[in-house]
Ligand binder design. Sequence first.
Ligand code: NAD
Length: 358
Amino acid sequence: MKKTILVLPGDGIGPEVIKQTLRVLDVIDTDHAFHITHGLIGGAAYDQYQQHFPTQTEQLCHQADAILFGSVGGPVEQSHHNKWQDCERNSILALRQTLNLAINMRPAKLYPALQDISPLKNQRLAGCEEILIIRELLGDIYFGEHRQYNHNELRFASDLATYNEQQIRKAAEYAFQAARLRNSKVTSVDKANVLATSKLWRTVVSEVALEYPDVLLEHMLVDNCAMQLILNPAQFGVIVTANLFGDILSDAASALPGSLGMMPSASFGANGIGLYEPSGGSAPDIAGQNTANPMAQILSLALLLRHSFAMTAQATQIENAIEHVLKAGFRTVDIYDEGYNLVSCSEFTDQVIHALTL
Ligand code: NAD
């Protein structure tokens, strides 16, 4: 029976990069092994259903074997408009909760061909090939109570952060297993000098480490980690951290290779379904211009093929094709440097497709 991939393009650059990624899938899926379904989410769903995550889309999610997700949200300065208000929370966060997607992995790969566009000097990048960030996805401040209230004529706001040990254990186990496959260490990042959730995080990760004596564990405070990512990124192999810290640190790590537009991500849940999406957002500043970098979305497809369908050869084929295109000197504007071929989102994908057929 055919496997179903649900495609949720969302907003901003989402539909543009998804369109290009489906062209790549067409080339890879020569046996027509997949049944592709399409759904609305985010502002695009709001336009039709006045909801960011309508039941129609939720049903499609439950029928899918894997989800290829674009991105959601509008311009930050328009976030008070009904269409964009709480859009991310109501759509992607709700979707993660519905599918119980507890673990998110984000590989920040440094491409030799792009070494010169990294904001870091070459010597700082020496020895650094890829940092894998494992982010717990269903706990922390995102899913606690959010309140705004007045007291004694002052305005207050609070966001409640909560973790239970099972959530932390799951993330830690995933990180140790990933480190084992990469022959690298795990850096667990927290704020255990201040936060109760981080104290529990550190205790549970240390307990899990006892089951992986072959993997080195180090603990690092999040403020130090932000600095170390820039000073000495080569020291990191696998980073495991809580939801909020993971969100921020993975954007920081994505800058090391040169652009957020190159970083894919995969999220996994208990029921086996995987969701694959770029690490960045909907990039309203460049939406509709065919200038977005499609790499993060295309590489998310590669993760989908590898992790949801064990299609390792095809996933590697896509990753190699992207590397080939970079080596050949094609660049979207976010990674452009003088002397290279400046191409649009669709032209970059043309080159990826050409490389796949070589
Ligand atoms: P963003 O990630 O959309 O953009 C940050 C910067 O990175 C922008 O300059 C953008 O142009 C650039 N960028 C991102 N992807 C790119 C790509 N593929 N190619 C070239 N450049 C790229 O973050 P933001 O501007 O802070 O947020 C915009 C909207 O996205 C907000 O509504 C936010 O809520 C939403 N958002 C959604 C998700 C998600 O869907 N999972 C994640 C983060 C932010």
